[in-house]
Design a protein around this ligand. Structure first.
Ligand code: NAD
Length: 311
């Protein structure tokens, strides 16, 4: 049994990860921002510590003794980073550096820094491999890129055994309803219209959070220090196509769609080549059609969960 510290484990993907390592001894450290929710961990075995990954004194107490530290803690919503970037830089860059330092000081055997395809910017055709240049275009993506680079520097300079994962757009239960899939489903459930940005032509590559977590577990097991591993999605869809599928699953029509002004600097398309991780045995398991149906069902069955979220 491993001792695993999951930072940001009360959020969307982190709570899926905690569920997936129940055979281990798990501690969750989470600041419980608006996006962190203890209800995400109800019935899930773990020890909870409320705290900030920028707090080195706290990390000095919590980190030692863990075999693996996985960092999900982040400010994660692009629109919020456009309204104000300071908290993104604080948590995603300074917080990552503080955590890397604490892991170095504690001699943590393995660390995984969880990151995103958004650090590469936008790609019209083809897919990025792990050596593509970092060209982030939103404050969120820039702050994640900063965190990735500091993690890599701790591997190269200090020999910290940290690997970095970069994944596409996640979907699944317990995603804060500001992100497109839960926002659309919960709006439709309330009889409200759904806001579609611009021409709806932005393309995203969707992956179920459980598949993302399987990729992270594999990297935790076999990832090399300082190396980046992509975890690609299973369904590349424009926002128009995604909207159509959500309307179909929810039994609604296009009269429920409201076209709104596009997000500033909206990235057109993301696409990852994950052959490096697949060569190590990774396979996504959740078919998108079924995963989406089950996800919609979860939100419809768990109205109390999302009604308690602000907004
Ligand atoms: P989320 O916003 O749902 O959860 C983030 C969690 O981090 C919350 O529980 C929050 O309370 C916690 N947190 C925030 N600041 C903190 C701090 N300073 N100290 C401690 N805890 C803090 O995010 P998510 O969608 O679950 O994303 C998790 C990670 O995965 C992030 O690093 C994100 O960049 C990355 N990622 C997300 C996606 C996606 O589609 N959601 C895709 C690729 C990568």
């Amino acid at each position: 049994m491993k001792k695993i510290l999951v930072t940001g484990g009360a959020g969307f993907i982190g709570s899926h990860f905690v569920r997936s390592v129940q055979a281990d001894d798990v501690t969750v450290l989470d600041k419980l921002t608006y996006a962190g929710n203890l209800a995400n961990l109800e019935g899930v075995r773990h020890t909870f510590v409320r705290g900030d990954i920028c707090d080195l004194d706290l990390l000095k107490e919590v980190v030692p003794g863990h075999d693996l530290v996985v960092n999900f803690a982040a400010e994660s919503h692009v629109d919020r980073s456009i309204d104000g970037a300071a908290e993104f830089v604080r948590t995603n860059v300074l917080g990552t550096q503080t955590l890397m330092q604490a892991c170095l000081d504690a001699g943590t055997p393995k660390v995984v820094q969880v990151s995103t395809d958004e650090v590469y910017g936008s790609i019209d055709i083809g897919s990025w491999n792990e050596s593509a240049p970092l060209q982030p275009r939103s404050p969120y993506a820039a702050a994640k890129a900063g965190g990735d680079l500091i993690a890599r520097a701790y591997a190269v300079t200090h020999g910290l055994n940290v690997s970095i994962t970069r994944c596409g757009n996640n979907y699944g239960p317990r995603q804060y309803p500001e992100k497109v899939i839960p926002l659309f489903v919960t709006n439709l459930a309330r009889g409200r219209k759904v806001p579609l940005y611009g021409d709806g032509g932005n393309v995203r590559d969707w992956i179920h959070a459980e598949d993302h977590c399987a990729g992270i577990r594999l990297v935790a097991d076999v990832g090399e220090p300082g190396e980046v591993y992509h975890i690609a999605g299973t369904a590349e869809l424009s926002n128009l196509e995604l909207t159509q599928r959500l309307l179909d699953v929810c039994g609604k029509g296009w009269d429920m769609v409201e076209h709104v002004t596009d997000r500033k600097g909206h990235d057109r398309r993301y696409s990852l080549d994950d052959s490096k991780l697949r060569a190590l045995g990774y396979r996504a398991e959740v078919p998108f059609e079924q995963g989406l149906k089950d996800t919609v069902r979860w939100y419809l069955d768990n109205r109390d969960w999302w009604s308690a979220c602000a907004g």
